[in-house]
Design a protein around this ligand. Structure first.
Ligand SMILES: Cc1cc2nc3c(=O)[nH]c(=O)nc-3n(C[C@H](O)[C@H](O)[C@H](O)COP(=O)(O)OP(=O)(O)OC[C@H]3O[C@@H](n4cnc5c(N)ncnc54)[C@H](O)[C@@H]3O)c2cc1C
Length: 309
């Protein structure tokens, strides 16, 4: 096996800048650590490199490079998977399932004809992320495996499956369990996400995505909400509501789901379901920003009103 190792070693250097901001001392630190850089041609090569160098998978680099600059990670190696041909394919249908490669860029998802017809909400969510330049580089894999929080809630409501590969072989796990995998990525990547798959929602189901951005740049963490409602004869049979909290974690709003299920989704039910979201969020209060809890209640109420009216 021939491993390419372009000459890409970065000299070790550290720079620190201290700023006096009002009466608080804020320290910005940026560190550059020497690391190896590889561009394997196959998934197997990438896995051997991961094992040997205990490095990080590098896809678009839009999350991992800023993390390195902020000194949050000190990678020993980057394994750039963008040249792996088997991971380069457009979203497609196979056996009634939508299959999306981990290397699909967010701009590719945004403009995919297949996704526009089978699951337009995924196009909407992709187009809500960052700028066009970033979406051109950023990948689905990077978003799901560590870098973002807008695509994960939708994939969870779609009941999607992640297909991962590591040195032990290939395995499928529900995307809802990716959160546990993401914590592993903090200390280097252990496995590679190959693709995600899901059965497209049927025409009578409602799937919606809403996002609250920090439009005023005041330092608010962004929030995203994905929901899926299945109705039969004007009654909500099944509800799934997932909240994405910045790049931190996802929360399933089960108390709200229980209130909606079996109901006709009238105005009073919507208010009760939105209030019930607060019960779920109580458990997370200590880790959530003070403003976030009430925003979730309002955004859920508005979204339910829009989709059920
Ligand atoms: C200015 C800016 C704004 C942003 N705004 C948003 C936003 O609004 N919403 C949002 O969700 N995100 C946002 N992001 C975060 C992020 O860049 C994107 O979500 C993007 O999708 C990450 O993809 P990437 O390919 O660049 O990941 P990378 O930076 O290459 O990788 C991210 C992480 O995932 C791992 N990884 C990547 N691919 C795989 C794989 N196939 N298998 C296993 N592990 C893998 C890497 O090891 C790394 O830990 C923003 C980033 C920037 C810089």
């Amino acid at each position: 096996m021939v491993l390419k190792e372009p000459d890409c070693k970065v000299r070790k250097e550290k720079s620190m800048t201290k700023l006096n901001f009002a009466d608080k001392k804020i320290t910005f630190a940026s560190s550059m650590t020497e690391f190896h850089y590889f561009e394997p041609d196959t998934v197997n090569e990438a896995i051997s490199l991961l094992k040997k160098f205990k490095g990080y998978i590098f896809a678009g680099g839009t999350f991992i490079l800023p993390s390195m600059r902020r000194g949050e990670i000190e990678p020993r190696a980057f394994i750039n998977i963008k040249k792996i041909e088997s991971l380069q394919f457009e979203p497609r249908m196979k056996n009634g399932m939508v299959i999306i490669s981990s290397l699909s860029t967010l701009s590719g998802l945004e403009s995919s004809d297949l996704l526009h017809s089978k699951c337009p909400v995924l196009c909407d969510a992709s187009s809500s992320i960052a700028s066009f330049q970033i979406r051109n580089l950023a990948t689905l894999g990077g978003n799901v495996c560590g870098g973002g929080m807008d695509i994960l809630p939708i994939l969870i409501v779609l009941n999607a499956t992640s297909v991962m590969r590591d040195e032990r072989g290939q395995r499928s796990i529900p995307v809802s369990k990716m959160q546990d995998e993401r914590s592993l990525f903090q200390n280097g990547s252990k496995s590679i996400l190959l693709y995600v798959s899901f059965v497209p929602p049927s025409k009578d189901e409602i799937v919606a995505f809403r996002k609250i951005d920090d439009a005023l740049q005041v330092g608010f963490r962004s929030l995203s909400l994905a929901l899926r409602l299945k109705r039969f004869r004007k009654r909500i049979q099944k509800a799934c509501i997932v909240l994405g909290m910045g790049a931190l974690y996802t929360i399933r709003l089960e108390d709200a789901e229980h209130i909606l299920e079996g109901s006709d989704g009238n105005g009073q039910v919507i208010i009760s379901a939105s209030d019930a979201a607060l019960t779920t969020l109580k458990q997370f209060e200590s880790t959530m920003d003070w403003y976030a809890v009430d925003i979730v209640r309002v955004i859920l109420m508005r979204t339910l009103r829009e989709v059920l009216s």
